[in-house]
Write a protein that binds this ligand. Structure first.
Ligand SMILES: [Zn+2]
Length: 418
């Protein structure tokens, strides 16, 4: 038996200098079941949806900074919400004047004045948000199902007549009767909207339900491209988005660090990497800039990124054990650059990080100390240092910072003579 099934097809897709991943993502049995487009449009909603996260508020210069960073990252579209505040309106004006590559769209309701403001600010288009579920239409606004469709279509026609790019976004489609959503999608297609965004507003569709619904709606939409706006209430946003794309969806709405209402929206960094590395679908994103923008938005939003968050979390490329480091080195010597990682840290703008913690053995601590300029020649003293490091990590219940590691080593070396 071979140690690695190098005979499996499409090797260039799963074994590259940037990553070494499971070949089974590329076998015919899997690929014959899916039909993703070659490229997916990424629409960023950090500035609008992000500010719906409890406690998040952006000032004018912060909105401009986030939008510029998104543009440099290669995002296709940026959603703004100029009617939210004076800061949002002024930021929109400033961004229009800057002439970014990304399309600038305004979030609007079906109220005419929202679209009028987008026109006044010279924005390129609108994201037309309206209820997509007849139950809420009835309970909240006493609307009949056909009145919902009519209002959506009228708002879309008004925006189209004024030369705007229109992304129609009826929300909570996954809890609405599917025949209603199909009618809505058909009516919006006939109104010549540019794109229709289907919303899994509560992120509760299983991947198989996502596939079923999207395939049905794709037929209803005919040639109008479909997009997905999916929340992460069940931790399924990235999985749901991958299935949607595999079912033919051509656009995804994302936020940096997964900001958004409740536990947030589909994470830009997660889906950008998964699309390219796992599904093999292109985006316009420069993955090497993902970490930088995550840090900018973390700072501005004051929402801390969890250490165990994929791609941008502090622990993604952190080793604390000597045996993992040893295996990493051996793997690299054997020609696998990624070593004990799914993909190279540099591919997403990061670096491998070794930190000392409770699980670190003497050889690992010695290596870390050497890196910090301290050579310990006596193996007995090294053992004492390693024991003290373990005790400290246990007391701190955290990793041992470099400064403290140096202090521990110096104390042992000075006390007992080098
Ligand atoms: Zn949302």
């Amino acid at each position: 038996m071979e140690v690695v099934r190098l005979d499996l097809p499409n090797k260039e897709k799963w074994d590259t200098e940037r990553y070494w991943l499971t070949p089974y993502n590329w076998i015919d049995e899997v690929r014959s079941k899916i039909s993703p487009p070659e490229r997916v449009v990424l629409h960023d909603a950090t500035i609008r949806e992000g500010q719906q996260m409890p406690g998040v508020a952006f000032k004018r210069d912060e909105i401009v900074m986030i939008a510029k960073a998104l543009d440099e990252l290669g995002i296709d579209r940026i959603e703004l919400i100029p009617f939210l505040s004076k800061d949002d309106e002024e930021a929109a004006k400033e961004l229009v004047d800057m002439g970014l590559n990304a399309k600038l769209l305004s979030f609007v309701s079906w109220k005419k004045e929202d679209t009028d403001l987008a026109l006044k600010l010279d924005l390129e288009g609108v994201v037309l948000d309206f209820v997509g579920n007849p139950w809420q239409g009835k309970v909240f606004w006493n609307l009949k199902p056909e009145e919902i469709i009519e209002r959506g279509v009228n708002a879309a026609l008004y925006a189209k007549d004024h030369g705007l790019y229109v992304v129609a976004m009826p929300w909570d489609d996954f809890k609405a009767p599917l025949d209603f959503v199909e009618q809505n999608v058909k009516a919006l297609t006939e109104a010549h909207v540019d794109r229709i965004t289907i919303c899994d507003t509560y992120g509760d569709a299983l991947p198989w339900a996502m596939e079923y619904v999207m395939k049905r709606l794709k037929k209803a939409a005919d040639k109008t491209p479909l997009e997905l706006h999916i929340h992460n209430d069940f931790g399924l946003a990235t999985a749901g988005a991958l299935v949607a794309v595999a079912s033919g969806v051509e656009g995804l709405h994302v936020t940096v660090n997964g900001l958004g209402e409740r536990v947030g929206l589909l994470s830009l960094e997660e889906i950008a990497v998964a699309l390219e590395f796992l599904l093999g679908v292109k985006t316009n994103i420069n993955l090497e800039k993902l970490y930088e923008i995550s840090k900018i938005v973390e700072e501005i939003s004051k929402v801390k990124v969890a250490v165990n968050k994929p791609i941008v979390g502090a622990n993604q490329f952190k080793y604390t054990a000597g045996w993992i480091t040893w295996m990493h080195r051996k793997a690299r010597e054997a020609g696998k650059l990624t070593g004990m990682l799914p993909f190279m840290p540099e591919a997403v703008g990061r670096q491998l990080d070794y930190v000392v913690s409770k699980g670190s053995g003497a050889s690992f601590v010695a290596e870390k100390l050497a890196e910090l300029g301290i050579t310990v020649e006596d193996p007995e003293k090294m053992k004492i240092i390693a024991r003290k490091v373990k005790e400290t990590a246990n007391t701190l219940k955290s990793t041992v910072p470099d400064s403290l590691l140096i202090k521990i080593a110096r104390e042992v070396l000075e006390k007992e003579g080098k």
